[in-house]
Design a protein around this ligand. Structure first.
Ligand code: SAM
Length: 315
């Protein structure tokens, strides 16, 4: 067991609201344990991402282990919400999506080149369809195309067919805006100082050592529709991968690495993380992506150390 609490109690609930985060003892319990300040977020993500953790920026200051000075690892990077909120000085960032990592490298190395290229693009269906067919090789053009498709494709979805061709339809957004240049510039200096890797999570975290912090945010399990995550994740990340992830998380925790996992709030997932602390996050969200309806969702945060000093269930 990596946690210190002995009693099995109901998991602590973080209720993420617009202006604050409320910490309660359980879903039904009304007693508030703590109110957390939202903290200020300086660097904002510039991609929309399926399963992106925009909400985590509000909790970010409460998720790091106390007096953290080690290296930060984020191997399921996506839109990099937690990295951009925490701005750690030493970081190893990775994702299995090669074009995504190529985009971050280009933003780190020549953000003005990416901005200048994006400014040449037209935001209409004809241009989108032409851009979708292209397979540029130069990193600046890969990055500009990636950001462009992320803004213009349906729901910002990233999906390729077995030949690696991007096949998401046009989003048909009204009032489409190119991504703000200040966000790209703000992210550039942060990514410049980080190590960016492409590939599977297990290899990316293999060098994490005692005192480091690893944040694991895999594609969520499917069949858990109340989180609104997309069924194409099933092909990206199987149940065997979820089990492999929990084994890696336990191996890291055993080495003294501080581990935080976000995942679906589902008993099958919780059972994989015996010995970890378990928190529930409740919030309002769009169900079914950016164009869906509003609803209440609940997710899990699972950590090898107690968050914000609140005693919680040890699984
Ligand atoms: C839920 S998203 C991460 C979202 C991110 N935390 C954010 O806030 O935007 C999961 C990410 O895992 C990546 N991924 C899927 N399978 C992977 C694997 N085996 N190893 C590493 N990354 C993987 C996907 O490309 C996707 O970007």
């Amino acid at each position: 067991m990596w946690g210190s609490a002995k009693e099995k109690t109901t998991p602590v609930v973080f209720e993420v609201r617009a202006g604050e985060v409320i910490v309660r003892r359980s879903s039904r319990g009304r007693a508030i344990i703590r109110r957390l300040s939202n903290g200020s977020v300086h660097a904002l993500p510039f991609l929309r991402w399926a399963g992106g953790k925009q909400w985590i920026a509000r909790l970010s200051q409460h998720l790091l282990p106390p007096n953290f000075t080690g290296k930060y690892f984020e191997p399921f990077l996506g839109a990099a919400n937690l990295f951009l909120a925490l701005k750690p000085t030493r970081a190893v960032l990775s994702d299995i999506n090669q074009d995504l990592i190529c985009t971050y490298r280009a933003i780190a190395n020549d953000v003005e080149g990416v901005i200048a290229t994006l400014q040449q693009y037209a935001f209409n269906k004809r241009f989108f369809l032409a851009m979708r067919k292209k397979r540029p090789r130069h990193p600046i053009r890969v990055a500009a195309r990636f950001i462009y498709l992320n803004k213009t494709a349906w729901n910002g979805l990233y999906r390729v067919n077995p030949l690696g061709q991007f096949n998401v339809p046009y989003g048909g957004h009204r009032n489409l805006r190119i991504c703000p240049n200040d966000r790209l510039r703000g992210a550039s200096s942060l990514f410049h100082g980080a190590t960016l890797l492409e590939g599977d999570f297990e290899r990316s975290v293999s060098d994490a050592a005692s005192g480091d912090f690893v944040y694991l945010d895999p594609p969520y399990i499917t069949g858990h529709t109340n989180n609104g995550f997309l069924s194409y994740n099933a092909r990206l990340f199987s149940w065997d991968d979820q089990v492999r992830l929990s084994v890696v998380a336990k191996r890291l925790a055993g080495k003294g690495v501080r581990v935080l996992v976000s995942n679906a709030n589902h008993p099958a997932v919780s059972q994989l993380y015996d010995g970890f602390f378990h928190y529930v996050v409740e919030r309002n969200s769009l169900i079914g992506g950016w164009e869906g309806t509003r609803g209440r969702v609940s997710e899990s945060l699972i950590s090898s150390f107690p968050l914000i000093g609140v005693q919680s269930e040890v699984l």
